[in-house]
Design a protein around this ligand. Structure first.
Ligand SMILES: N[C@@H](CCC(=O)N[C@@H](CS)C(=O)NCC(=O)O)C(=O)O
Length: 216
């Protein structure tokens, strides 16, 4: 029995951030699947937990928390020690910098590409929109690559919260039908993340249930 409950569907990128952070700490938690094919976001009970009606939501005793990054930071503070969110202000500032950049620049680009390619039926694919989203995604990946040629992880030589927030993109980016340029720094970083059981368990998850099908 645990009083730590994570609500959301395993195929959600935002849920994956929270799940990965929890797995990193080893804190026992229950995953209760809601959202997507599981439904349940429109009930009064879910609305009382999260008026935004999105996943993830974390419950820990009397705390109910939504917004994936707030959840990751809470998990880090409550269970992580300094494992992926150190207290040192300068180290934390660089982690926050890469995290904020991911949320404002990298994530909108790769998620748009994912929506255009996977969540839109093939007959409705918009080639020019796909090309534009791919260009933005590659520009962001090149920025990450330049950093990852210098350091093992995004915010330095230690794994951090920034790697969780950016790393949830990797399974999708490498399994979508796109041509990515050679990015040795990003590829080496992906290899390092794959060595973490928490990454494999939380992120390397089929998204086929999200794929838009052609209408026969
Ligand atoms: N800013 C929110 C966004 C959450 C969000 O967009 N969640 C999506 C899944 S990634 C969702 O709940 N979609 C509805 C559904 O799964 O049914 C966060 O970071 O937690």
């Amino acid at each position: 029995m645990t009083d730590l409950v994570l609500w959301g569907r395993a195929s959600s990128a935002n849920l994956q951030k929270a799940r990965w952070a929890l797995e990193e700490t080893g804190a026992p938690f229950d995953l209760r699947e809601v959202g997507g094919k599981f439904g349940g976001l429109d009930t009064p009970e879910f609305g009382a937990m999260n008026p935004n009606r999105l996943v993830p939501v974390l419950q820990h005793g009397d705390l109910t928390l939504w917004e994936s990054h707030a959840v990751v930071r809470y998990v880090a503070a409550a269970f992580g020690g300094e494992r992926f969110w150190p207290a040192d202000p300068k180290a934390r500032a660089i982690i926050d910098q890469w995290t904020d950049w991911t949320v404002t620049t990298f994530q909108p680009a790769w998620l748009r590409l994912f929506w255009l390619l996977v969540r839109t039926a093939p007959e409705n694919h918009d080639k020019s929109a796909i090309d534009a989203a791919l260009k933005q995604t590659v520009a962001a990946l090149r920025m990450m690559d330049a950093q990852l040629e210098k350091t093992d992880y995004l915010a330095g030589d230690a794994f951090s919260y920034a790697d969780i927030v950016a790393g949830v993109s990797l399974y999708r980016l490498t399994s979508m039908e796109i041509d990515l340029p050679s990015l040795p720094g990003v590829e080496a970083w992906h290899g390092r993340l794959k060595e973490r059981a928490s990454f494999e368990k939380s992120v390397c998850i089929s998204y086929e249930e999200l794929r838009a099908r052609s209408v026969p």
